[in-house]
Design a protein around this ligand. Structure first.
Ligand code: CP
Ligand code: NVA
Length: 304
């Protein structure tokens, strides 16, 4: 088992399945009086906004008996260019685990290289691994299995899409993606994938017979200056009634949220009977408990 969770590819297929099953077990068990992480401290470094990931990680840690320190990037010496390798080693002396949301994947990787404690990627420009674990947990919860499903991705080939590609690579489910020409997933993420991952030009073709339709915002955090152009370029890549009706009748419509109704998804679909977006959001809290248990208790990395 790896020390860190920087990408879904840091996990094996079995580890993914175990995390999902543990998340489901925690959800089913309700609130527990056990506090396995009493005395542990989690540090959160968030350089981008967050509602779900931050609060669900904090709540997960609280439910397990541990404490959280939210390290506002601007208030630490990191904002004054203290070297990453120094910050990582200092924080490792105080904390038991670091959860980071930032722009560059390289920053998270450098922190992980120098930190003695587990480092968890809570979203970078490249990946959002924790999101995909809660999404897969939601799929298993609703469909009873992760096998034999067709997942369609409609929209930007972004950080969340990259993590879905990594999950499909490891778990083997079919992933069909429809992204505008200039917004396809990065070539290096697709490199070496098998033919269970396919790119298509048209959302309607991609979602035909799909069990799951997934989408995300057209303009991710950090891309606000591109917003006007993106709105033009993504026309035709909206998850709307016609798209949903092309998939299987019991298709799950997924969105990591926050959503922009009227852009990547219509209000009607987001609020409709196939939408599971609020289950996805809730499941982040359960799967984050499973992640904290795995990296702190199961792995037994605690040295302090
Ligand atoms: N889905 C997700 O990561 O949401 P937040 O940006 O609110 O954390
Ligand atoms: N792709 C989005 C996901 C937000 C949870 C972003 O990076 O802003």
């Amino acid at each position: 088992m790896k020390k860190d969770l920087l990408s879904i590819r840091d996990l094996t297929k079995d580890e993914i399945v175990d995390l999902i099953n543990r998340g489901l077990e925690i959800k089913k068990g309700g609130r527990s009086t056990k506090r396995p992480l009493r005395g542990y401290t989690m540090g959160l470094i968030f350089e981008k906004a967050s509602t779900r990931t931050r609060i669900s990680f904090e709540t997960a840690m609280f439910r397990l008996g541990g404490e959280t320190l939210f390290l506002s990037a601007g208030d630490t010496q990191m904002s004054r260019n203290e070297e990453v390798k120094d910050s990582a080693r200092v924080l490792s002396r105080y904390l038991d685990i670091l959860v980071i949301r930032t722009f560059s994947q390289e920053f998270i990787e450098e922190m992980s290289e120098w930190a003695d404690i587990p480092v968890i990627n809570a979203l970078s420009d490249l990946y959002h691994p924790c999101q995909i674990l809660s999404d897969l947990m939601t799929v298993k919860e609703k469909k009873g299995t992760l096998n034999g499903l067709k997942v369609a991705w409609v929209g930007d080939g972004n950080n969340v899409a990259h993590s879905w590609i990594n999950a499909s690579r490891l778990l083997g489910f079919d992933l069909v993606m429809a992204c505008p020409a200039d917004y396809k997933p990065r070539a290096e993420i697709l490199e070496g994938t098998e033919d269970n991952i396919r790119l298509m030009d048209n959302p309607i073709d991609a979602v035909r017979d799909a069990d799951i339709i997934n989408t995300d915002v057209w303009t991710s955090m950090g891309q606000d200056s591109e917003r006007e152009q993106r709105v033009l370029d993504f026309q035709g890549f909206q998850v709307n009634k016609a798209v949903v009706e092309t998939a299987k009748p019991d298709v799950l419509v997924m969105h990591c949220l926050p959503a922009h109704r009227g852009e990547e998804i219509t209000d009607e679909v987001l609020e409709g009977p196939n939408s599971v977006v609020f289950d996805q959001a809730e499941n982040k809290m359960h799967v984050h408990q499973a992640i904290l248990e795995k990296f702190l208790v199961t792995q037994g990395t605690r040295t302090k």
